[in-house]
Design a protein around this ligand. Structure first.
Ligand SMILES: *Cc1c(COP(=O)(O)O)cnc(C)c1O
Length: 388
């Protein structure tokens, strides 16, 4: 496939050709661990599925095309991708600068696992900080997540990359929320893109998987070595499901965004809502940066309920999320079905309350992952929950 083809064409075809043996238009699920050899070492490119698998290879090629990268590698989860990338880049004594509200599991991996190797971490709010102070000389790696979760803060990727380059640091961007459909970090100067494909890329809440995309071939060779050496690879069935999910990424993201906008606008005029967080609305503090570096935004919206009816905002939030019927009360995001959750009680409950409020995650905050159902049904569902 010509890598200059449009995004949706690449999403359907890149890395994939009809099966030469049968003409099957979908890449088959090569549910196999080992491959026959004609003579010792004489095989057709595959010898053992930890190293390579014929369902995984087309997926990696398709993902590289979507991120505009030379290479992509897939892993058994987003955190396995993060772990393999960080362990390939940093050595004891190195310093990493990380966003201060990155995905909790990424923070846990850095703080509870990788830090014990003698790697130091500092944390910064890249959407507001002085980049020169936040990224000191000698930094090895900058870990940037934008938009963030659950406050959907947006940081200027090109500005962070320019500062990182000036001090010789590499930059990894966790692009899970935006997806390559709306944001291409490598084109803005990043060295690596990381995804939890568990979310929008697969999009159907039926797979856990991660990926790293990059241009530099020497680093790719090291990552590929670790992928095989440590073995955090996904199975063929899951690779097939993500290949299938990717084909509709563009149409899904358009719908997530369209419905997200309707819901965000409706919430922002609701008397029981203190504040709505989404780069979809001009009232967002980073609206200008978002407009510049993203071609759109998905269906992630957070909003703060006011206290009222004799209830604290936390208690109201707890009742609200229990009352929805179309929105399912659950963690995770990015699937075709709408999800709802209370960060203070669920995804961000492990952060101590005072610290949580300092970051800006109020008790009454509710996070929505707006799915692709009819938007009238979604609005009616939220409307009923306000009255519950
Ligand atoms: C879910 C998530 C991860 C972790 O991915 P898993 O597939 O759950 O391991 C990393 N970053 C972000 C932004 C996420 O939402």
């Amino acid at each position: 496939m010509d890598t200059k083809a449009g995004f949706d064409t690449l999403a359907v075809h890149a890395g994939q050709t009809p099966d030469p043996a049968t003409g099957a238009v979908m890449v088959p699920i090569y549910q196999v661990s080992t491959y026959a050899q004609d003579g010792v070492g004489n095989h057709k490119g595959y010898d053992y599925s930890r190293s390579d698998n014929p369902t995984r290879t087309p997926l990696q090629h398709c993902l590289a095309a979507l991120e505009g990268a030379n290479h992509a590698l897939v892993y058994a989860s987003g955190l396995a991708a993060t772990d393999n990338l960080v362990r390939t880049i940093v050595r004891p004594g190195d310093h990493v600068v990380c966003g201060d509200d990155v995905y909790g599991g990424s923070y846990r991996l850095f703080d509870k696992v990788i830090r014990h190797w003698g790697v130091t971490f500092s944390y910064a709010d890249f959407s507001t900080c002085d980049l020169e102070k936040a990224i000191p000389e000698g930094t090895r790696l900058v870990w940037l997540e934008t938009p963030t979760n659950p406050l959907l803060k947006v940081s200027d990727i090109a500005a962070v990359c320019a500062r990182a380059k000036a001090v010789g640091a590499l930059v990894a961007v966790d692009n899970t929320f935006a997806t390559p459909y709306f944001q291409r970090p490598l084109a803005l100067g990043a060295d690596f893109v990381v995804h939890s494909m568990t979310k929008y890329l697969n999009g159907h809440s039926d797979v856990v998987m991660g990926m790293v995309a990059l241009n530099d071939t020497a680093t790719y060779d090291k990552l590929k070595f670790l992928q095989n050496a440590a073995g955090a690879v996904p199975g063929p069935m899951d690779c097939f499901l993500v290949l299938r999910g990717l084909k509709t990424l563009g149409v899904r993201m358009d719908r997530h965004q369209q419905s997200g906008k309707v819901i965000a606008q409706w919430l922002s005029t609701h008397p029981d809502v203190a504040r709505v967080y989404t780069p979809l609305l001009p009232s967002h503090p980073n609206y200008a940066v978002a407009q510049r570096q993203m071609s759109g935004f998905g269906g992630m919206i957070s909003f703060e309920l006011k206290a009222g009816n004799g209830l604290s905002s936390l208690e109201r939030a707890r009742r609200f999320v229990a009352a929805t019927k179309v929105f399912t009360l659950a963690e995770s995001l990015g699937g075709v079905e709408s999800l709802i959750e209370v960060p203070a009680l669920m995804t961000h409950a492990s952060i101590e309350p005072a610290k949580r409020r300092e970051i800006g995650i109020e008790d009454g905050l509710i996070r929505l992952s707006v799915g692709i159902e009819n938007v009238e049904d979604l609005v009616a569902d939220l409307e009923a929950a306000f009255r519950a």
